[in-house]
Design a protein. Structure first.
Length: 181
């Protein structure tokens, strides 16, 4: 009986310890959640946590990189600069370059402020979309040009072809029904 009680007490202690220390580990990135990340000025500086930067209106602060997540199916990493149209980034997955975001206009007077969707739609801002295969990912990056600031990213699931076909068929049926009416 004492052996069972000792094992139960050890198990309870381990669970308690895990709960108390569990918050210290970096959280993985949540799919379909906007994140704000930061960067220092100059070229080649690594991207950093979004803590201490002005957050996007839909964002939470990104933890320190590497940003890890798992895609059950194909997904897209979308990155857009925020605030001033002067920054550009290169992204890496497990140290392999995914590519760079587009060239910004370079106009230091142009701003999209902290609206992630508005910045993504703004042709003067640097942004990029990187298709990722199903599986585990570990994203890091560098700030190529610009000055100290913040930007945004989101990882979105790419709809499966069957789902897209089903949605398309439904839309065609609605159009057909409307024409008959």
């Amino acid at each position: 009986m004492k052996s069972i009680l000792r094992k139960a007490a050890a198990f309870a202690s381990a669970i308690g310890f895990a709960l108390v220390t569990g918050g210290a580990a970096a959280s993985p990135i949540v799919i379909d959640q906007w994140y704000t990340f930061g960067f220092a000025s100059g070229g080649g500086d690594p991207l950093i946590s979004g803590s201490g930067f002005i957050l996007g209106i839909r964002s939470v602060a990104a933890p320190d990189p590497a940003w890890t997540f798992t895609c059950a199916t194909a997904c897209t990493l979308i990155v857009t600069d925020g605030f001033l149209a002067i920054d550009k980034f290169e992204l890496f997955d497990f140290g392999i370059s995914l590519g760079s975001t587009s060239d910004p206009s370079g106009d230091p007077a142009h701003s999209c402020n902290n609206d992630e969707v508005g910045c993504l739609a703004d042709a003067q801002m640097s942004h990029g979309a990187f298709l990722l295969a199903a599986g585990d990912h570990s994203i890091t990056g560098t700030h190529l040009i610009g000055s100290t600031g913040a930007a945004f990213f989101i990882v979105s699931v790419v709809p499966e072809p069957a789902s897209l076909a089903l949605i398309g068929a439904g839309l065609l049926m609605l159009v057909g029904m409307r024409r008959r009416a």
